[in-house]
Design a protein around this ligand. Structure first.
Ligand code: FES
Length: 564
């Protein structure tokens, strides 16, 4: 690096005179009261993704303070800067639509502002993927801190967690088993503290995968948001970032092909969210590394689910933390991991694992000879209905539906679904296969978490708890059900899903990894000739929606923009 690559001299604004640019920068930053000594230190950027809309990031002010403390204890100069913040329930039309915008915002602000290393503080589902995508592209030494999972709540003595129990109890409400007063009371109990959802949803999945990738200090994935250790690891990360500012490693040196494979092994072993696959694909592709779906499926056949956590098991993130955190899982997974993969500690993964806490008698992390499930949590399906692949979280599905053939009940869009799913005259029974179209990356747009189609009320009232559901949408990692997602290519661009009609037979065979539309090829060709693309989305002729629709790729490419 040249002298101008460091600290305040880095990335000067273009005025045509570098000395003038530096003079102007120093003049303005001095208005903040910094001394010359402070301004000559290594600069550590810290992303501030706090927002009054984002309870998952409610701990942000104290986390930033703790990272700053660590940076200053190590002799660096911390500079917090805002980026957009994306919360699942406060992102219209859906958070996935905004993930790439957050990745661009974060990457460009990392490039535009002088920083020798950066601490990325994220947590809610799309924020950590966006930050990893940004780090991969900007390739400035980077360490991730997550805001941490929230604690569990209770209702009438029953332990509750967001959002596996949100969905389960909403299902009970729809089925008439809970009244309005009960669901109101439950609304106040599901998310009793700040922090991210405390089941193995997307936030927890991404936190665990980030630690397995080597981009987070060991132990960082599972510490609850309100635990003092959460602040201590933030402080340690600040300290470490100062060292990384001097000697790296850069994200491209940590996130290698081996590291991504470790993350995929982890995804299978934790029964992680289907979204984890899309996000890690996007991050890897930023570094020119392709995620092979067949290889991911092979990993799933070899690697068992080892943690007893909702929605695949019984416990919550605070229990995983008390049981040794992700390190306890990685220790059991050693035969499947590339143990020499580098990490931001400066040590290989092997040494981080060895240094982790061992908790005698814990019952959350299982050994491979006593797994929760003998194979991994996710399976990749292929067949004439999904030539580019589809995914199912079979660890959180009904075993009796793993091989199922049923009559399609088709919904053309989210609006159609909302309008008709509870129609008493809907021609549906418990063996039907619910099919939702036009909810993919371009179709909805933004590939919302709509794949968890509700059980039609009239079936719910008869005690039907699960059915095969198929769509080009995503699903929350917190959900339970026999739900086929990410059907690629999506219906909106003319994938075979677009051709399914009411009454067609659809067969799912998870063991054989097949998803088939049992309609003969001639009939499908005739339907294709008559198919026309849905009308354009309102407002799609300008702004971010236009950029998104013009550039977003399919699920098997990570839904990143093609120009990234
Ligand atoms: Fe933010 Fe679940 S809504 S992690």
């Amino acid at each position: 690096m040249t002298k101008t690559d460091k600290g305040m001299r880095k990335g000067l604004a273009h005025y045509g005179d570098e000395a003038f640019s530096l003079y102007m920068r120093r003049a303005f930053i001095k208005a903040m009261g910094y001394s010359d000594d402070a301004l000559t230190r290594p600069i550590i950027g810290i992303t501030d993704t706090g927002s009054d809309y984002n309870a998952c990031h409610g701990g942000m002010p104290k986390l930033i303070e703790a990272v700053k403390r660590g940076v200053m204890l190590a002799g660096g100069m911390p500079m917090a800067f805002p980026t957009i913040s994306v919360h699942e329930s406060f992102s219209h039309p859906t958070s996935m639509f905004l993930r790439n915008l957050m990745a661009m915002d974060t990457e460009e602000m990392m490039r535009a502002q002088p920083m020798d290393a950066v601490v990325l503080i994220g947590g809610c589902d799309k924020t950590v993927p966006a930050q990893l995508m940004a780090a991969a592209s900007a390739d400035i030494p980077a360490a991730v801190v997550v805001t941490g999972p929230m604690m569990t709540g209770r209702y009438q003595g029953e332990r509750l967690g967001a959002c596996t129990d949100c969905r389960r109890l909403w299902g009970s409400y729809r089925a008439g088993q809970l009244d309005d007063d009960a669901i109101d009371e439950i609304t106040g109990r599901l998310a009793p503290t700040i922090g991210t959802c405390m089941v193995m949803g997307t936030a927890s999945t991404m936190a665990c995968m980030t630690e397995a990738l080597g981009m987070m200090l060991p132990g960082g994935a599972t510490i609850p948001a309100v635990n003092a250790d959460r602040l201590r690891i933030a402080e340690r990360t600040g300290r470490r970032a100062v060292e990384m500012a001097q000697s790296g490693p850069r994200p491209s040196e940590v996130m290698t092909a081996d590291a991504f494979r470790n993350a995929l092994v982890t995804l299978q072993a934790i029964g992680g969210s289907t979204n984890g696959l899309i996000h890690i694909t996007a991050v890897a592709r930023r570094l020119g590394i392709a995620i092979d779906l067949d290889e991911f499926d092979r990993i799933g056949r070899e690697v068992p689910v080892l943690i007893d956590l909702k929605p695949s098991g019984e416990h919550y993130m605070e229990n995983l933390h008390e049981s040794g955190g992700l390190n306890a899982v990685l220790r059991e997974l050693k035969p499947h991991l590339a143990l020499d993969a580098p990490t931001i500690t400066g040590r290989p993964l092997r040494e981080n694992i060895e240094a982790g806490e061992r908790v005698p008698g814990q019952n959350v992390v299982r050994s491979p000879d006593r797994p929760i499930r003998p194979s991994g949590g996710l399976a990749v399906l292929c067949g004439n209905l999904a030539p580019g692949g589809a995914i199912i979280k079979h660890s959180a599905a009904s075993p009796e539906l793993m091989s199922h053939k049923g009559r399609a009940v088709v919904f053309e869009s989210l609006e159609d679904l909302a309008r008709r799913i509870d129609d008493p005259d809907l021609d549906v029974d418990a063996d039907s296969v619910l099919v939702l179209k036009n909810a993919g990356p371009k179709g909805a747009p933004g590939m919302p978490e709509a794949g968890y189609l509700p059980i039609p009320k009239k079936l719910g009232r008869r005690g039907v708890k699960d059915m095969v559901r198929i769509s080009d949408a995503r699903m929350s990692g917190t959900a339970f059900g026999t739900i086929v997602l990410h059907v690629t290519p999506e219906a909106y661009v003319g994938g075979p899903l677009a051709l399914v009609q009411n009454g067609d037979m659809v067969s799912l065979d998870v063991v054989a990894r097949r998803l088939e539309l049992e309609v003969d090829a001639e009939e499908l060709q005739s339907r294709r000739r008559n198919w026309s693309a849905p009308s354009p989305h309102p407002g799609s002729n300008r702004g971010y929606l236009k950029l998104y629709l013009d550039s977003v790729q399919q699920a098997d490419q990570g839904c990143d923009f093609e120009f990234m």
